[in-house]
Write a protein that binds this ligand. Structure first.
Ligand code: IVH
Length: 690
């Protein structure tokens, strides 16, 4: 819930005391089993509010206050740590990062020679004690001074071997978490066992790490982020390790067969200026939605042992490191209603209406609920507090209800008995429910889509006309449009000679559209405009697409083993429509673009294309030769020139085309040193070569 007192808003001592109690309870629940009445963001705000009040009223500070304590002072374990396990201070944005670095350098009296930049893994800190190469004990962070023994989990954690490559005595530190796949497996196991699921990967990992006698075993993952010789270790090996830069320590850890983030897209790197640090921060942030595991920030550390030693520690956190926080991707909000809609393809999908909540930089009001079975599995009810997830471009989704926040007022979610669009029966044989009429149920929507600007672009075909034609039985799908006679069209109400001829001419033009657009017009589930272009460019003809099996379709970037069978099934369902299009003489090959495709296939001069291998972002208003082009058309042009069109600027961006009124994307590109062209320069670059 997001009604935690806002920052600095604690009005008086009573409100302060209440806030402290709320934070203490919440931290206790969070560290006990990963559940909490507050999401991370609300907890952060609450503690910052408490800290602000305490700054102004130092004589009123309560002994139980969470400020200045590791884990909010929540947990006490009984295994003392050999070296305290501390927290990290936070920065929120480039300015604060630069300020932090500057003040650290002032304290050191010299520039920091090298930084290490790595993901902040969103799991639980753990200490793994090895003796002569054997894993002997696992201890949670606890209150930082002492933690809980969770050695029973040894053997269930991927990436944390029982034996190191060399028989060293060492303490490893890192994060225990669940990858997306492990989380899904864990939810399925728990579902089968007691009908419940876990709220999110973090709490699933927390619960699993502590669970001693569950009848089912869930797998966990470990990523190491540090190694410490035991404090009493006077060996030469220990002395050498203490002197190594952090990045070399991590390379050594990986060499011992322990998992680090080195093999992931967000591997820790060394940076030598704060600008380089910031650039890596942006890269990691951009990669976040694609990762197989959760991260909630970026950790920036002094890389050299000498810098770390000179910077030292405060009571709570090292001064040589900070956490650059990323916006929350998960929050708790209220499920207000569930709407059921039948989509273009006849799929009936529930959608959650939420109390608006800010997630990863945007306000979320709706979220997907997948399907009816999923609602049942999760045991959702109207009025529930629910965990909602959204990162990057992903569609927001409801993860789970927060059962312990129930008030008793929650109501069951009504599940429709008939198609909400046409009232016909529901085919519930698959998890994804569908109207028994399939695409025909929403024929208007699918024909509108096919005729749309980015598909067949049949400009003169108004929605009312489509409706008339459907009602008159002249058409059942968009392929039938190409068989309409002049007389049939003229026979429609309020259809004159001129508009009839215009429509016929538009249909004639539509027949000549490239395969990518014809394919897109089919509205195959799981394929949009850019995927349709990729498919058309790869296969070049409709015959080749139809001949492809699931495996062949997986050759295309962005199509995995889940999507490919859906596409194959859709194509077989759409066979009658495709046959009609062929019979009508609609173009079934990819012209022009085939050039690039064939060149690529021949393994020859792909590099000769002006944008080969480049990732291009377009922003602002287009001018010059590009002025009249829609964004989709400009993207087509980029792809034809061998590039990849992308919507957001990251360190991977090769080129930004910035027109008038280009805003934040331009600023970001500048800060990352990305090459920037005007629309005119860009037009010249691509058209000269094509
Ligand atoms: S280094 C002395 N590196 O963040 C503390 N911590 O807020 C040094 N964490 O307890 C910690 N990823 O659980 C470090 N790459 C990383 C991390 C990381 C996640 C967690 C860790 C720590 C918490 C501090």
């Amino acid at each position: 819930m997001n009604d935690a007192p806002a920052l600095t808003a604690l009005a008086n001592n009573a409100v302060y005391a209440e806030a402290v109690q709320l934070a203490v309870d919440s931290a206790a629940a969070y560290y006990a089993d990963g559940t909490s009445t507050l999401d991370d963001d609300a907890y952060d705000r609450l503690v910052r509010g408490i800290a602000a009040y305490e700054d102004d009223h130092p004589d009123e500070v309560l002994p139980g206050s969470p400020t200045g304590k590791v884990a909010g002072g929540a947990v006490v374990g009984d295994v003392p740590h050999l070296v305290p396990m501390l927290s990290l201070d936070n920065v929120f944005g480039p300015d604060q990062l630069a300020k932090w670095a500057a003040s650290l350098e002032r304290r050191l009296g010299r520039p920091v020679e090298a930084w290490s930049v790595e993901p902040k893994l969103d799991g639980l800190a753990i200490s793994a004690r090895y003796r002569e190469g054997r894993l002997v004990q696992l201890v949670t962070r606890g209150d930082g001074t002492a933690g809980e023994d969770v050695s029973h989990a040894i053997g269930t954690i991927v990436g944390l071997p029982d034996r190191l490559v060399h028989p060293n005595t060492i303490e490893l530190r890192g994060e225990v978490m669940m990858t997306t796949v492990q989380f899904e497996e864990a939810c399925a196991k728990r579902q089968a066992h007691d009908g419940t699921t876990f709220a999110n990967p973090r709490s699933a990992a927390a619960g699993t790490l502590r669970a001693q006698d569950r009848p089912y075993v869930c797998e966990l993952t470990f990523f190491g982020y540090g190694a410490l010789p035991y404090p009493d270790d006077t060996s030469e090996f220990a002395a050498r390790l203490r002197e190594l830069p952090h990045s070399d320590v991590m390379a050594w850890v990986a060499g011992q067969g322990v998992q680090t983030t080195a093999a992931t897209p967000v591997a820790g790197i060394r940076a030598f200026t704060i600008e380089q640090v910031q650039a890596r921060v942006e890269e990691i942030a951009a990669a976040r939605p694609t990762l197989e595991f959760g991260i909630d920030g970026i950790v920036v550390k002094c890389d050299l042992a000498a810098d770390q030693a000179a910077a030292g520690f405060s009571s709570r956190a090292p001064r040589w490191a900070t956490a650059y926080k990323l916006p929350a991707t998960e929050k708790i909000t209220k499920l207000l209603a569930v709407e059921w809609n039948t989509g273009r393809t006849g799929i009936i999908a529930p959608r959650a209406v939420l109390e608006p909540v800010e997630l990863d930089g945007s306000i979320v009001t709706y979220a997907t609920l997948h399907n009816a079975a999923d609602i049942g599995r999760r045991g959702l009810m109207l009025g529930d507090s629910v965990v909602v997830y959204k990162a990057g471009d992903v569609i927001p989704r409801v993860e789970a209800p927060v059962v312990h926040l129930r008030t008793g007022e929650e109501q069951p979610i009504a599940i429709p008995g008939v198609c909400p669009s046409c009232g016909d029966a529901i085919d519930a044989s698959q998890e994804r429910w569908r109207c028994v009429r399939g695409r025909a149920c929403r024929a208007i929507a699918s024909i509108q889509y096919a005729a749309g600007r980015d598909q067949l672009d049949i400009e003169t075909l108004a929605d009312t006309r489509i409706r008339q034609m459907l009602e008159a039985g002249l058409i059942a799908d968009f392929a039938d449009l190409f068989f309409l006679t002049r007389e049939q069209i003229l026979g429609l109400e309020r259809m004159g000679e001129v508009s009839t001829d215009k429509l016929l001419a538009a249909l004639e033009q539509a027949k000549a559209r490239p395969l990518s657009r014809v394919f897109c017009a089919l509205g195959v589930r799981g394929t949009g405009r850019s995927m349709s272009r990729r498919i058309a460019r790869h296969f070049v003809t409709m015959d080749a697409i139809r001949a492809a099996d699931a495996e062949a379709i997986q050759q295309i970037e962005g199509i995995g083993p889940e999507k490919s069978p859906v596409i194959v099934a859709e194509l077989s369902e759409l066979a009658p429509v495709i046959d009609k299009l062929v019979a009508a003489g609609v173009n079934m090959t990819e012209p022009g673009v085939t050039l690039a495709g064939q060149v690529a296939e021949a393994g020859a001069k792909v590099a000769a294309l002006p944008l080969a291998g480049m990732s291009v972002v377009v922003t602002g208003a287009m001018s010059g030769p590009l002025e009249a082009l829609s964004r989709n058309k400009v993207n087509e042009l980029i792809e034809r020139a061998g590039g990849k069109a992308s919507s957001s600027v990251s360190a991977k961006t090769s080129l930004l085309v910035a027109g008038e009124k280009a805003g934040s994307k331009r600023a970001k590109a500048e800060s990352l040193g990305v090459r920037i062209l005007t629309p005119e320069e860009f037009a010249k670059l691509v058209t000269d070569a094509l």
